[in-house]
Design a binder for this molecule. Structure first.
Ligand code: GLY
Length: 430
């Protein structure tokens, strides 16, 4: 089989490319419409401008399957385009991607299938949303999270957790009234704020059977101790050492995963990743969100723990034979990813030109993946706010932290930032 990954060049796609390359030799190609300064120069890496060029490339290379792994591409219908061109496609079509693309739709599925989720109200009138918040907000006991219905490119706007009513009003006004078409959301969800540890369940589903990946948590807040704006994810940790109680595990399987898979199956033929974001509140486990693709950077972290073949996993899923796949996980292992960000992230969409130095000094057992880098002449250059990630897999979070942060210190660019507390407390879901 020959594979082609189509995408912007982000870390999720980068780690998938590297893994399939190590498993299939030269039978995987990357058609990148964005940039990836680390992969550029690889004979199987190609810059393309659009799907038309990618389809020509796929035909020339006699590709059998195209992988579309990232949310904006899936929502734009890129999987549908490659399917129409005659390729097998690993990636959900637009109709299924709506499970992530509309949070209102996701909430309605949760309600229909009896899945616990925090209370919420949907608004498309700013005045009504404002009046609701004014009436309902009680500092400390009745606060709200503001979620855009639509998947917005800017993560800080997708989900906002205001610190007080004033901040909530400002966010609401920006989202519903003053922002332009690109950032505005016609509908917003005001969701009752609940607190507790969060967990991502990464599930591979073939329409009948599913495979649950090890527990993984990501870090969304930009600054240490979970302060600052929400980001796309600036670190993640996963573990094959059990971290969840048996009762919680049963609850997650019976009350979260199984009904959620029924819910997505009611939408269409689902053969891909589903990731459910959950939270353990004092009242019980709730589902916060659905994502119809692997998380970034969670995927780089999880993939390092999978010892059995990713190529088989993909094919078994596509062929509805997932129950026959025998996953082998690296035993008693943890995996940690820390992302470095550039100045202005996650707010500005500025032009970056900072040179990245020190890549040649990294240890061999640390994986470097690009999220937003490009190559200029011989230099590696920042091309966006979330720049690159380092992943390491070992026996404890303490050792993973030592390794990653020692390597981070060897890298530099002007304005480089990374949280220094990723993995400090290990995975907590109690
Ligand atoms: N890291 C969160 C996400 O991929 O949505």
């Amino acid at each position: 089989m020959k594979y082609l990954i189509y995408g912007s060049g982000n870390a999720r796609e980068h780690s998938t490319f590297m893994r399939l390359k190590s498993e299939t030799g030269s039978n995987v190609f990357f058609a990148c419409y964005g940039s990836n300064g680390i992969l550029q120069g690889d004979p199987n890496f190609f810059s393309v401008q659009n799907t038309t060029m990618a389809i020509l490339l796929a035909k020339e290379k006699m590709v059998d399957m195209v992988l579309v792994l990232s949310p904006l591409d899936l929502l734009k219908g890129i999987a549908d385009i490659f399917a129409k061109a005659g390729f097998k496609v690993f990636g959900v079509k637009t109709k299924l991607a709506q499970v992530e693309g509309s949070k209102v739709y996701a909430k309605s599925l949760m309600e229909e299938f009896g899945i616990d989720t925090p209370d919420y109200r949907v608004f498309h009138s700013f005045q009504k949303a404002k009046a609701f918040l004014e009436q309902s907000w009680i500092a400390g006991s009745s606060e709200y999270v503001i979620k855009s219905d639509r998947f917005l490119a800017n993560a800080s706007l997708r989900v906002s957790i205001p610190q007080n009513l004033e901040e909530a009003m400002e966010t609401l006004y920006f989202l519903m009234v003053s922002s332009g078409m690109d950032t505005g959301s016609r509908y917003v969800i005001l969701e009752k704020k609940v607190t507790g540890p969060e967990l991502s369940n990464h599930i591979m589903f073939d329409g009948d059977s599913y495979l649950l990946f090890p527990a993984v948590q990501d870090y969304k807040k930009l600054y240490e101790n979970d302060h600052g704006p929400n980001t796309d994810g600036i670190g993640s940790m996963a573990s094959t050492i059990p971290v969840i109680t048996d009762d919680d595990q049963k609850y997650i399987e019976n009350r979260v995963i199984e009904p959620s898979l029924k819910a997505v199956s009611s939408v269409g033929d689902y053969r891909f990743f589903l990731y459910t974001g959950i939270i353990k509140t004092p009242q019980g486990i709730n589902v916060l969100e659905y994502n119809t693709r692997p998380g970034n950077p969670e995927w780089s972290t999880l993939l390092s723990l999978l010892e059995s073949s990713l190529e088989d996993l993909i094919n078994y899923t596509m062929e509805k034979r997932l129950s026959a796949y025998r996953p082998v996980w690296r035993q008693n292992a943890v995996s940690l990813t820390v992302m470095a960000t550039a100045s202005g992230y996650p707010f500005t969409e500025k032009e970056y030109e900072e040179k990245i130095r020190g890549v040649e000094n990294l240890d061999e057992d640390v994986m470097l993946v690009s999220d937003h880098t490009r190559k200029e002449e011989d230099a590696l250059v920042v091309s966006g706010g979330r720049v690159f990630g380092l992943t390491h897999t070992t026996d404890s979070f303490e050792n993973a932290r030592k390794k990653i942060y020692a390597n981070m210190e060897r890298l530099s660019f002007k304005g480089m930032f990374y949280r220094d507390d990723i993995g400090t407390n290990g995975i907590r879901f109690r």
